[in-house]
Every structure is written in C-alpha cells, then in structure tokens.
Design a protein around this ligand. Sequence first.
Ligand SMILES: NC(=O)c1ccc[n+]([C@@H]2O[C@H](COP(=O)([O-])OP(=O)(O)OC[C@H]3O[C@@H](n4cnc5c(N)ncnc54)[C@H](O)[C@@H]3O)[C@@H](O)[C@H]2O)c1
Length: 349
Amino acid sequence: MKLLITGGAGFIGSAVVRLAVDRGHEVVNVDALTYAACLDNVASVSDSPLYAFEQVDIRNRDALDAVFSKHKPDAVMHLAAESHVDRSIDGPGDFVETNITGTFNMLEAARKYWIEADKPDTFRFHHISTDEVFGSLPNDPAVKFTEDTPYDPRSPYSASKASSDHLVRAWHETYGLPVVLTNCSNNYGPFHFPEKLVPVIILNALAGKELPIYGDGANIRDWLYVEDHADALLLVVEKGVLGRSYNIGGENERTNLELVRTLCAILDKKRPKASGSYTDQITFVTDRPGHDARYAIDPTRIREELGWQPSVTVEEGLEKTVEWYLSNEAWWSALQQRHGVGERLGVKA
Ligand SMILES: NC(=O)c1ccc[n+]([C@@H]2O[C@H](COP(=O)([O-])OP(=O)(O)OC[C@H]3O[C@@H](n4cnc5c(N)ncnc54)[C@H](O)[C@@H]3O)[C@@H](O)[C@H]2O)c1
C-alpha cells in the first residue's frame, strides 16, 4: 500500500512512518518541519527505497495537489497539526490555520485526486484526531468516551480538532470521499517532543530541576504507548469500515500525579540520585486555564470489530520510554534549544 502520511516528522506521525516502512508499505512523508518536527525521528527508514519526503505546508493547496499527482497514494493518513494545548492558549491562530484550513486543503486535494482517478472505493482518507474533542468526564470509572459521545471541545486546540473531524465527516456524507477517523487518548513514548508532560518530567528530573504538576495533579488521562497507537492506526487504514470512527485508548487511566510518581520510581531504579528520590523535586504550579478533569476511552469498538488491543501497561511503556530518553541525549538536548521549550506556556488566559 502507498501511504501519504502528513506530520510524519512529528511524534506520532514518525512512529507510523517507521512502522509502515518496516511492514513493507511505501510511504510519502509530507511535513512542513515546524518547531515540533525532527527528521531524526525517521532516520531509521529514510534510506529505504520505500520512503520519500516532501517538505510541504498543508496550508498550501497548490503544493498539496502537486504531491498527490506526483506520488499517487492509495491512502492518506492525516496527522499534521499544531498539537500543544498550552501553545493553543497563547496563539490560537496557528491552530485554526493548520488544523482547520489545512485539513480543508487536504480534503480538497484528496477529493480532486480521487475524482481524477475515477473514485476508487479502495481509497482512504484517514483523519487522526484526539479524545479531547469530547470534553471532560466526571471521575466515575463507569463513564468513558465512546464514538457516540457528543462533541464538547473546550480548548482552542480541541476546538480546532473537532472542527477538522466535522469537515472530514461532511466530505464523506456530501462528496462520498472514503474516510475513516480515529480519536485517541494521550500518547507517550520515544521521540516525544520535550515540551509534553512525560519528557518534561524525565528531563527535568535528570537535570535536578523542579517537576511541575499543574493544579493538584488529580487530572486523569488514559495513557497510550505511541507504538501501540501506530499499530492501531495502520489497522484502521487497512481494515476500518468506510465512514466509521474508532476510539483508541491504552486502558491505562492514571492521575498526572500517579504518572509522575511512576516516572520518578523508574528513574530512582535506573539512574539513582546521590541521595533521596526524584519525587522530592515534585512541585505544584498554577493550573492550565480550562484544564479538563478526566479523559477515558472506551475502546470496545476497535477491540471487537478490528481485534486491536494495547500491548503494554503504562508501567511497561514508561519503563521503555525512560530507557529511550536515557540513551538518546543528543536527540532531546538539541530540541530543548527550540523556541518556547522549557518555558511555562498557556497561562495568560
Ligand atoms: N500527542 C498526543 O497525545 C495526541 C493525542 C491525540 C491525538 N493526537 C493527534 O495526532 C496527530 C499527531 O500528533 P503529534 O503529537 O505527533 O504532534 P507533533 O506536534 O509531534 O507533530 C506534528 C507534525 O505536524 C507537522 N505540521 C504542523 N503544522 C504543519 C503544516 N501546516 N503543514 C505540514 N506539516 C505540519 C509538524 O512539523 C510536526 O512534524 C495530531 O493530529 C494530533 O492532534 C495527538
């Protein structure tokens, strides 16, 4: 299968690119290389004859048309987005332009290409989205996000992703474009950009800095190992039912404080401090404005219809992640120099 993957130099996109090439798919990685991108993320496959890279901004419709006619993909996996909630609070404009207008451009470029190819029903436009479009859940284990949960986005980031989901569904209903959608929970794992919670905690711990926890740390997230997510995404693009959406979760709900304590315990074991525990560095900081209390995915549909389930618990996945950061200092220390990384963002609401 020839896959056109947008955002393939980012965190999740690069995991999909690596796995797809390893499984013998041809991949065209389309990425503008924003502050969040790093081509080292795909270095393990970039010399493969199955891999091609196009530095293209999805806000540029003409450039997208050229990519489609040059590469003639069998399917699109659309991951390119502005992804950091804190940055969306400080500068929502980029999120509207890339996540909404960029997705509109992707849909129109894909539709033109699909029509010119006589509308093959084997073509797929797979939109990768987030569980944050569903809003915030009460702290009740019986209540989880299903594919039928009404949308209730509450940050500029999640509102932009909700808008793009609606556009994708509309292009299916109105124009018949063969789409599938996925909404996933919080990812973590290797190559996670060092502004997100898990890498921030690991790297601050190693640097002897404070480990900042927003509010009281009681916010609950459902943690999904990025390589499990990539596996689920390839399954959906190959076997997902047309027009259908699938929730993808790790079945690993933890409070932020529990997650940070687990990371500290792993680090205490793998890189012990001269004295004390990394938990001594935990500090509670001003909460994010509009911080959603709980996200939790009910993954019944993808499990029962497509036979997918996560391969690791959050403790196993975090252990692999810590090992990866301990072995890849050159990768993360270069990214720590980028604009805004290491600063507290998103507090001026
Ligand atoms: N990280 C998570 O936990 C999570 C959870 C749910 C959903 N998602 C979704 O998964 C997708 C990937 O997330 P991620 O964490 O890998 O993001 P990321 O920020 O690590 O990577 C995004 C990539 O998109 C590229 N990009 C940004 N704007 C672009 C533009 N205008 N044109 C072309 N390329 C552009 C960047 O250069 C970068 O390589 C996003 O759509 C995000 O909304 C992420």
